[in-house]
Design a protein around this ligand. Structure first.
Ligand code: CP
Ligand code: NVA
Length: 309
C-alpha cells in the first residue's frame, strides 16, 4: 500500500507513478464522499499554515476549505504580515512555524525558497506555486482528465503558450502517468531544459512521448486535451507588452482547435485573459472544463493533505 505520511509535496518529480495514481484515486473518492454528504475528518485538531507571497483565489480558498472539511484548520499568512517581509530568514521562520503547525503550504517566487523552507521545517511542506512549478494544479488537472476520459495512459495533451511553471508540472505529471505531451511555444519561451530532461527520463520509463516545438497546429494535432495559460505569469507583468507580440500566433481559438480530436477538452488553470491566450468562444465553449479543474483543486489537495499530514 502507498504510504505518504510525513512527505513534502514540492514537485511531482519526487513522487512515483503509483503514488500519483493513488492521490488521484483518493481525490476522486474524497470528492464522492463530499458530494454524498459523508463527513471525513482525519485531520481533526491539525493546523495548516499558508504563506502567500503572490495573489491567489483558487489556491487560498481550496486549501482553507479543504482543511476545514478534513476537520482541521488553516491559517492565511501573508508575506507582508510575517516577519519574513522584514527580513527574518526562511530557516528561522520554518523552525518557528514547525513548533505550531502540522503542515505549511507556500506560494512564492523562487523555487529554492520552498526547498529551503522544507529543509528547515520539521513538518510537511506543500508547494502552492513557484516560478518553476505548480504541482497541486497539475494533480487536480490529471484528476479532471481521468474523470472526463476514464483513463490517462495513452492520451495526448497539447500545451500552447508560455514554457512556464504550469507546463513544467503538467509535463512531469504526463511523464509519470504515461500521457503523451506536446508543447508549442515561441522561440525563447521554451520549458526549462533541466525539467525537460527529467521529464523525458520518466516518460521513457512510462512509454510516453514528449514533443517540444514552435508549431501550435502540430502540437494540437489529434490531441485529447488542449491546455493553455497566461502569457505573462505573476512576477512577469512588466513583460506583458513584448509577450503579447511574441505570443500573438499562439492563441487557442476555433481555428486551432479544429486540429484536435472532436471531443477534446479545453483546459486552463485560471485566471485567464480572454482574447489573449484563448478566445472567448473556446474558453466558454462546450469543450471547456475550466471550472471542473478549479473544483478539483479542492478534492486533489484534500487527498494530498489527508495523505501527508
Ligand atoms: N490556478 C490557481 O492556482 O489559481 P490562483 O492563483 O487563484 O490560486
Ligand atoms: N502561470 C501562472 C499560473 C497562475 C495559477 C502564474 O504563475 O501566474
Amino acid at each position: 500500500a502507498v504510504q505518504l505520511r510525513g512527505r513534502d509535496f514540492i514537485g511531482l518529480v519526487d513522487y512515483a507513478p503509483e503514488e500519483i495514481q493513488y492521490l488521484i484515486e483518493l481525490a476522486v473518492e474524497l470528492k464522492r464522499k463530499h458530494k454524498a454528504g459523508e463527513a471525513y475528518q482525519p485531520l481533526k485538531g491539525k493546523t495548516l499554515g499558508m504563506i502567500f507571497e503572490k495573489s491567489s483565489t483558487r489556491t487560498r480558498v481550496s486549501f482553507e476549505v479543504g482543511m476545514y472539511q478534513l476537520g482541521g484548520h488553516a491559517l492565511f499568512l501573508s508575506k507582508n504580515d510575517l516577519q519574513i517581509g522584514r527580513g527574518e530568514s526562511i530557516h528561522d521562520t520554518a523552525q518557528t512555524l514547525s513548533r505550531y503547525l502540522d503542515g505549511i503550504m507556500i506560494r512564492t517566487f523562487a523555487h529554492r525558497t520552498v526547498i529551503e523552507l522544507a529543509r528547515a521545517a520539521t513538518v510537511p511542506v506543500i508547494n502552492g506555486l513557484t516560478d518553476l512549478s505548480h504541482p497541486c494544479q497539475a494533480l487536480a488537472d490529471y484528476q479532471t482528465i481521468y474523470e472526463k476520459k476514464g483513463r490517462l495512459q495513452g492520451l495526448k495533451v497539447a500545451y500552447i503558450g508560455d514554457g512556464n511553471n504550469m507546463v513544467h508540472s503538467l509535463l512531469m505529471g504526463a511523464a509519470k502517468l504515461g500521457v503523451n505531451f506536446a508543447v508549442a511555444t515561441p522561440a525563447g519561451y521554451e520549458p526549462d531544459e533541466e525539467v525537460l530532461r527529467q521529464c523525458k527520463e520518466s516518460a521513457a520509463k512510462a512509454g510516453a512521448t514528449i514533443y517540444v516545438g514552435a508549431d501550435p497546429k502540430e502540437a494540437v494535432a489529434d490531441a485529447d486535451v488542449i491546455y493553455t495559460d497566461v502569457w505573462a505569469s505573476m512576477g512577469f507583468e512588466a513583460e506583458q507588452k513584448e509577450r503579447e507580440i511574441a505570443f500573438k500566433n499562439y492563441q487557442v481559438n476555433d481555428e486551432l482547435v479544429k486540429y484536435a480530436k472532436k471531443d477534446f477538452l479545453f483546459m486552463h488553470c485560471l485566471p485567464a485573459h480572454r482574447g489573449e491566450e484563448v478566445s472567448e468562444g473556446v474558453i466558454d465553449g462546450p469543450n471547456s472544463v475550466i471550472f471542473d479543474q478549479a473544483e478539483n483543486r479542492l478534492h486533489a489537495q484534500k487527498a494530498v493533505m489527508a495523505a501527508i499530514l
